[in-house]
Design a protein around this ligand. Sequence first.
Ligand code: NAP
Length: 265
Amino acid sequence: MVLKVQSALVTGGSSGIGAAVSQAFAAAGAKVAINYHSGREAAEAIASDIRASGGEAFAIKADVSDEGAVEQMIATTVERFGRLDILVANSGLQKDAPFRDLSLEDWRRVIDVNLTGQFLSCRGAVRQFLAQDERPDLSKARGKIICMSSVHEVIPWAGHVNYAASKGGIMLMMKSLAQEVAPDRIRVNSIAPGAIRTPINKDAWETEEALRRLLTLIPYGRIGEPEDVARAAVWLASDESDYVTGTTLFVDGGMTLYPGFADNG
Ligand code: NAP
């Protein structure tokens, strides 16, 4: 119960990685606000499962690219739980196209949700961490932020330029923010998942042939599961990682180890 009675907000908690993080946080003793955008039923179901197991959780709608909606989401979390100790800025989407066909609309939507959405969520969390009383009995840090990045914060990705740009942006947003708020004892880190079995990348694992091709990129020889990321998030949110800030934890089965060079390049 390393997150016992801490209050957490997970954006994009209605699906995939965010859903697993919400469940793992609750199992570690946290109270969890589960944000959704379109997946109300899924978010409500996760919250209700957590409550049925004796935990505290509720689902909350917000488009993370909407400033007012993010402010309202954080205010509601604080109203319900009394405070905010942990933010997981996880919401994200892809709108893929060859660069020459990439519309301004799809460029903007991906940057708005993936990057600006994390900016708005992080800013709201930092403001709240600084405004509330410190609770050293709950957590050594004054507040913890985990940004959900991707291996594509460092691996270029043709046909996904908007997505890769958003994740590269998250990398330096996270590090710059971590530098700025470390003196306030707020820890800010990222998780960079590799290929994790969720709806966002269904095309990459749905068929045997697609999975076989995907596995050539993963030295560890298996696709990741949302729980692989969730366990890393629990650690990064807990006092176990109290001296860790401004870093990206790659949870990728070795995808960033340049597997193409394993056999002499
Ligand atoms: P997913 O299952 O498709 O989940 C995406 C989540 O983002 C959903 O909960 C969705 O909410 C939410 N979301 C989308 N647009 C939103 C908006 N405007 N406002 C609020 N929430 C919004 O995908 P996932 O794989 O779990 O992805 C989670 C994060 O991990 C993303 O940032 C993604 O880039 C990152 N990631 C994933 C992988 C992977 O292999 N799966 C790898 C690297 C990084 P609704 O469903 O309620 O609309």
